[in-house]
Design a protein around this ligand. Structure first.
Ligand code: ATP
Ligand code: LTN
Length: 329
């Protein structure tokens, strides 16, 4: 069975974009792949987090993984910092990555472009830790949203270079992105990604939003004045985004959905999308409520750590031997 691995970085509450672009796919893939999913808590702290908020967000993220249908019997679910070998491998990979490569990473460049000051060194070497997350487990596939594809491409470059330099060591992973829902856009500005760092709070639906409040956000989503229902990402990005959200949640093909609403007003279409989102959130939150205070969270992470750690340790020792830093082991 091929191995698949991915992580989510809960620097805030998880969003509908995270669900559609990432979580939902992990759930779909878990029957056909050996699945490793972790909470990237070390990546979270590349930007300052209020400790109490971070702890709550991490806990909620695990509970939402489970509520969304990830099954700890099928998938290995763990916390990044529980497997220390990953961070150690991250250092060795940082020593095999070039500043020129890291300078080209758009996620880092975005922070610089926003004029943020006091950017941490951790934010800069973030992709090396991400490469270690992936390569430690010799993952064949990495399902991610479009925004993370560049980091997986860099991971491939690092793996290929290392293999050429030190002999065959790493599996070279492939990024996997979905056709529909790989980039859910902000409801208030469809030219931007729906993001948990959205400060207006109108463009982003959180998985723990009150379903009624979320439905309101859909009803007031920005569309266009063409008064023509069509799936046209370029000219009608707001409408295309709503159509993608509905189809991702219900599984209805885009064309079928669009045909059903041909000649209707945008209000009718929005009502249906709002109902789909409301139903989805109600079900998800019901399951989340049952899980978040149970022992399932602790047990899941502990079992996950026990399965993940020996694999990462084996890779780390192999790498250390190849590089020459080991003496007796
Ligand atoms: P931020 O929202 O602060 O920009 P992020 O959501 O991209 O951060 P993560 O939580 O680590 O950061 O993302 C987890 C996964 O969810 C990644 O694979 C990412 O590509 C995907 N993802 C995030 N936002 C969206 C979105 N709007 N549409 C589709 N996929 C998304
Ligand atoms: N950087 C990713 C989260 C992440 C990840 C990974 C995803 C950390 N390590 C390994 C896939 C594989 C993000 O910000 N979404």
């Amino acid at each position: 069975m091929k191995r698949m691995l991915s992580g989510i970085k809960p620097t805030g509450q998880l969003t509908l974009g995270n669900y559609i672009g990432a979580l939902r796919n992990f759930v779909n893939y878990q029957d056909d792949y050996e699945m490793y999913v972790f909470i990237a808590n070390l990546h979270c702290v590349t930007v300052y987090q209020e400790p109490a908020d971070l702890k709550k967000n991490l806990r909620d993220a695990v509970a939402l993984y489970l509520a969304a249908g990830l099954d700890p019997e099928k998938s290995t679910i763990f916390l990044q910092s529980d497997v220390m070998e990953q961070a150690q491998l991250g250092w060795l990979l940082a020593c095999n990555s070039y500043m020129g490569e890291l300078n080209r990473m758009t996620q880092f460049k975005d922070h610089v472009a926003k004029g943020e000051t006091n950017l941490t060194a951790g934010l800069y070497v973030y992709p090396c830790l991400m490469a270690a997350d992936i390569l430690a487990y010799n993952a064949d596939y990495v399902p991610v949203g479009v925004d993370q594809k560049q980091h997986v491409e860099l991971t491939r470059d690092i793996a290929i270079r290392f293999n050429n330099k030190y002999g065959d060591t790493f599996t070279v992973p492939e990024p996997l992105t979905q056709k529909v829902g790989a980039k859910i856009m902000s409801l208030s500005d469809p030219s931007k990604k729906m993001s948990k760092s959205d400060l207006t709070n109108k463009g982003c639906i959180y998985l723990l939003d009150e379903p009624k409040a979320a439905m309101k956000k859909i009803m007031s989503a920005k569309t266009d004045s063409l008064a023509n229902v069509a799936y046209d990402k370029e000219n009608q990005p707001g409408l295309a985004n709503l159509i993608e959200i509905a189809c991702a949640l219900t599984g209805e093909p885009i064309e079928e959905f669009t045909n059903r609403f041909k000649g209707c007003g945008y209000g009718d279409l929005k009502k249906e999308v709002a109902a789909d989102v409301g139903n989805f959130l109600t079900d998800l939150q019901e399951r989340y409520d049952g899980i978040v205070r149970s022992d399932l969270l602790r047990d899941t992470l502990e079992n996950g750590r026990q399965k993940a750690e020996p694999i990462a340790r084996k890779t780390l020792h192999k790498v250390q031997r190849k590089i020459g830093v080991e003496i007796f082991r």
